[in-house]
Ligand binder design. Structure first.
Ligand SMILES: Cc1cc2nc3c(=O)[nH]c(=O)nc-3n(C[C@H](O)[C@H](O)[C@H](O)COP(=O)(O)OP(=O)(O)OC[C@H]3O[C@@H](n4cnc5c(N)ncnc54)[C@H](O)[C@@H]3O)c2cc1C
Length: 189
């Protein structure tokens, strides 16, 4: 009979390298992770190598072989998006779509905007971003009643993400300037 007096030893959890995010499948999630945190390297080497999920899993299991985050490392333009490039592109789309939404939207326009917003927690590929956004939407349901209100709603949700990431908050009085009209100095005209 098994000795039940001893607790079953649990294997030590591998520590995640800084900034690395796991997906729902327990594997390193590329689209949930900033590019600068997604570069395995052989111990002692300074040369970034081509990376694969298998390499990331191996490095994760060993707890070694990751480069330290480097603030100036940006994703080359031809690469698939990381969490930051995806976020910038998505916010651009969402804020711009809100900026050009009608002042008095029809029922049809409101319904479609709601569909678009409600699709995000289901389809947004960064899964932890999607979940948090969905949770916030339950607390603060989208206001699609006008252009101004929708723009503010997106601004506030974006600021919640900014706050979570330790970034500066955006002044929501300036959403039109940022996403529709451009600055008064004409530098974007
Ligand atoms: C729905 C959603 C959820 C996300 N959740 C996460 C997450 O959980 N974890 C994570 O790491 N990343 C998340 N991201 C990505 C993150 O928000 C940023 O897009 C990413 O970190 C890149 O940031 P950035 O500093 O380049 O500028 P971004 O935050 O992408 O902003 C782009 C530009 O928008 C303007 N801006 C900034 N704040 C506001 C605002 N409040 N209103 C209007 N305009 C504004 C600024 O001019 C800024 O340069 C999420 C993105 C989206 C779309």
């Amino acid at each position: 009979m098994a000795d039940r007096s001893q607790p079953t030893p649990t294997p030590p959890k591998p520590s995640l390298p800084p900034g690395m995010v796991l997906g729902p499948d327990g594997k390193p999630c590329k689209i949930c992770t900033a590019f600068r945190n997604w570069r395995p390297t052989a111990p002692g080497s300074t040369t970034p190598r081509k990376k694969s999920t298998a390499e990331m899993m191996a490095a994760l299991a060993s707890g070694t072989g990751f480069r330290s985050p480097e603030p100036n490392t940006t994703l080359p333009a031809h690469c698939p998006p990381d969490v930051e490039a995806l976020g910038r592109a998505t916010w651009t789309f969402l804020h711009a779509t809100a900026a050009y939404y009608p002042t008095r939207p029809t029922t049809h326009q409101r319904a479609n905007m709601l569909n678009l917003i409600h699709a995000l927690p289901v389809l947004y590929p960064c899964t932890h971003c999607a979940k948090d956004f969905g949770d916030r939407m339950k607390e603060c349901p989208p206001d699609v009643s006008s252009r101004e209100r929708l723009s503010r709603w997106f601004c506030e949700r974006h600021n919640e993400v900014n706050e979570k990431l330790g970034k500066e908050l955006f002044d929501c009085a300036k959403v039109d300037e940022r996403w529709k009209d451009g600055p008064l100095d004409g530098s974007c005209d």
